[in-house]
Design a protein around this ligand. Structure first.
Ligand SMILES: [Zn+2]
Length: 325
């Protein structure tokens, strides 16, 4: 709790710094407000790597449109993220902010509310979301009974982009909203969106073809990043190693996972490149199941972003085939 309070204080302080900075050069900024971006150049800021990948494709080769990722491309999911002064500076120059939504960037809500000039594009807007069943089961409570603390962290699972259908929905969503907010470039956004969606559709079909026939469909994943992916390719997640990413599982949780792996006869554990493999290695030693790496596309090199999603999904496909067949 103390950790959280400190984070909030840091956000408020940064906000105050930002607001005073805004006052100094309010003139030209406020002219750009109103409906649609009227200025010649459009500065789009994305919250984290998958949003950066998608938006880079949608805004590809459009003169005057610049896409900047707010966080370092190696940051990964933003579950425990706290805004820093550099992020605030990036936001200060943004016309449009692209977020995943569904609770991933809830730490930014207060800041976004105080920056009326920023137009927010929400990739998950209107999409059907999955609930974090593991969390609810292990808490032994219903979502309602779990109370406000849970509400704060969000009970829906935000990892929509990890399934290719989810990625396609998010790309279309971002594209449509950019068209509305920046009408002078609408046609280009639309062409780029269609082109990228086609590539994603091709990758999706390729993966279905390779995975639909396999018999062994039980997997253990690292954090709650894969429910959308598992649903799309009809895989069963029988256990999740780290319920809270970045927090090592307790001894009890570890024993529980080891039991589940033994009982199910699972042969493959999937760690993620973004987090320590320690817990997965322990389970592997205890059960003989082998550790593979499955990537939820939440980090990657900046300059590789346009092609990164499809490339990483291709690697994931090869890993799944190696592990499950
Ligand atoms: Zn995550």
């Amino acid at each position: 709790m103390k950790h959280k309070t400190q984070g909030l204080t840091a956000v408020i302080i940064s906000l105050l710094i930002l607001l005073s900075a805004c006052g100094e050069n309010a003139g030209s900024e406020s002219d750009a407000a109103g409906t649609g971006i009227k200025a010649e150049n459009t500065n789009i800021v994305t919250s984290f790597y998958p949003m950066y990948i998608f938006t880079s494709n949608i805004a590809k080769d459009i003169p005057g449109v610049k896409v900047t990722n707010m966080t370092e491309p190696q940051t990964g999911c933003l579950h425990d993220y706290q805004l820093n002064p550099a992020d605030m500076k990036t936001l200060e120059n943004a016309d449009i902010l692209v977020i995943n939504g569904a609770g991933m960037e809830s730490f930014m809500n207060k800041v976004i509310n105080r920056l009326p000039d920023i137009k927010v594009v929400e990739a998950s807007k209107g999409l059907e979301l999955l609930w974090d069943e593991h969390e609810r089961e292990e808490d032994g409570k219903t979502a309602e009974a779990a109370g406000s603390e849970h509400e704060e962290e969000g009970e829906v699972n935000p990892h929509i982009w990890v399934s290719i259908s989810g990625a396609i929905d998010e790309v279309k969503n971002i594209g449509r909203q950019l068209e509305e907010l920046d009408p002078k470039n609408a046609q280009k956004y639309r062409t780029n969106t269609d082109e990228y969606v086609k590539k994603l559709e091709t990758q999706k079909q390729k993966m279905h073809k390779a995975l639909d026939g396999i018999k062994n469909r039980d997997i253990v994943t690292f954090h709650e990043a894969f429910p959308y992916f598992a649903k799309e390719f009809n895989l069963n997640i029988i256990a999740v190693i780290e319920r809270e990413p970045g927090t090592e599982p307790t001894a009890g949780e570890l024993t529980d996972t080891i039991d589940k792996v033994r009982k199910s006869g699972i042969k493959a554990l999937f760690a993620e490149p973004q987090y320590s493999q320690k817990a997965a290695d322990t389970i592997s030693r205890e059960t003989g199941a082998k550790v593979y790496v499955l990537d939820p596309v939440s980090t990657g090199p900046k300059n590789a972003a346009p092609e990164a999603y499809i490339k990483i999904m291709d690697q994931n496909l090869n890993t799944l085939l190696e592990a499950l067949t």
